[in-house]
Design a protein around this ligand. Structure first.
Ligand SMILES: [Fe+2]
Ligand SMILES: [Fe+2]
Length: 282
C-alpha cells in the first residue's frame, strides 16, 4: 500500500545515504572511509559540510576544501549528525501551510526533538547520543509520508483535527485506520533500520509497545517530543497527552526535573542560535 508509493516518491531518494549513516551509527567501529565515500557521491551534501567546517565555529587559518580535512576539524560524530540532518531535510521541502500545519514546522519539530533527546543522553547517561539524535530526527517520518503520498486525505485529517480537537494519532486512526507511528515503523523496517530505531519511531506515542530492551530509549523520545511540543515546537494544534504519563516516564528513566528543565533551557538556546543561522529551514 503506502510503502509501495514511497519507492517512487522523493522520500526514496534519501534511502541510501540515511541507511548508510544509520549503520555507521549503530556500528561505531565502522571505518570513516565508508562515510566519506558516501558523502563525496553527493555534491550538495559535500558543499553543506564544507560550509559548516569553514564556519566561525570551526575557524581555522586555512580553508577546508575536502571532506577528509573537514572530518579532522569537526569530528566523526558531528559529521554523521550533519549528514543525517541534511539528508532528512530534503523530504520537507515545498508544501503550503494548511490548518496550522506546515512541513517547515514539522521539520523544526523533528530537529528540536532530536537535539533534546541527544542532550538528555549526553548529560544524564554519559552517552554520545547519536542514536537518540537519529530517532528524534526521524520519529515523525510517518507524518511526512502521509503528507506526501496521501496528501488529500491528510488535509482532510487536519481539517478533522481542527473541527474536533484530538491527538494526531486518534485523528489518523479514525480516518486511515493507522497512525504515523505505524507508517514510520513500516518504513523503518522496510529500509532495514536498526531495531532500536524502529521501536523509537514506531512507539514514540506508546513506549509500552516497544521491545523491553528499548523501552527506556523510546521513553526518552516520548519525553523529548512532549517537552518540545510544550515549548511551542509543534507542527499541528492538538492536545498533549496526560501529564501524568510524562511524569511516570521521567521517573522510569531516573531523571530529575530540575536537571531536565536545565537541559530544555540549553536546547532552546541552541535552537535559537540555529534559527539565527538559518539552520532550521528545510
Ligand atoms: Fe508523533
Ligand atoms: Fe513528534
Amino acid at each position: 500500500m503506502l510503502l509501495n508509493l514511497v519507492e517512487i516518491s522523493s522520500i526514496a531518494s534519501i534511502k541510501e545515504t540515511v541507511g548508510g549513516i544509520l549503520s555507521l551509527i549503530s556500528n561505531p567501529a565502522a571505518i570513516s572511509s565508508d562515510l566519506i565515500r558516501l558523502i563525496e557521491l553527493d555534491p550538495p551534501l559535500t558543499a553543506k559540510i564544507l560550509r559548516v567546517a569553514n564556519s566561525s565555529n570551526y575557524a581555522t587559518a586555512q580553508t577546508i576544501d575536502d571532506i577528509q580535512q573537514a572530518l579532522i576539524w569537526i569530528g566523526f560524530d558531528t559529521l554523521k549528525e550533519i549528514v543525517l540532518t541534511q539528508k532528512m531535510s530534503e523530504i520537507y521541502h515545498n508544501g503550503t501551510p494548511v490548518f496550522g500545519y506546515s512541513r517547515l514546522q514539522l521539520w523544526r519539530h523533528n530537529l528540536a526533538v532530536a537535539l533534546l533527546a541527544k542532550t538528555i543522553y549526553r548529560h544524564e547517561f554519559g552517552e554520545k547520543g547519536n542514536k537518540a539524535y537519529a530517532a528524534g530526527l526521524m520519529h515523525d517520518i510517518g507524518v511526512i509520508v502521509e503528507d506526501q503520498l496521501l496528501h488529500k486525505d491528510f488535509i482532510q485529517m487536519l481539517q478533522s483535527l481542527k473541527d474536533t480537537p484530538q491527538s494526531l494519532s486518534d485523528g489518523e486512526v479514525s480516518l486511515f485506520g493507522y497512525d504515523h507511528g505505524l507508517v514510520g515503523k513500516s518504513l523503518a523496517e522496510n529500509w532495514n533500520f536498526p531495531a532500536e530505531l524502529i521501536d523509537g519511531i514506531g512507539f514514540h506515542h506508546n513506549p509500552g509497545g516497544a521491545r523491553e530492551e528499548y523501552r527506556l530509549f523510546v521513553k526518552t523520545i516520548f519525553i523529548s517530543d512532549y517537552l518540545m511540543l510544550e515549548q511551542g515546537y509543534g507542527y499541528v494544534a492538538m492536545p498533549l497527552p496526560d501529564r501524568e504519563i510524562l511524569q511516570q516516564y521521567v521517573m522510569d528513566l531516573g531523571l530529575q526535573w530540575h536537571a531536565l528543565h536545565a537541559i530544555v533551557e540549553l536546547v532552546l538556546e541552541e535552537l535559537k542560535k540555529d534559527e539565527r543561522k538559518g539552520y532550521l529551514t528545510a
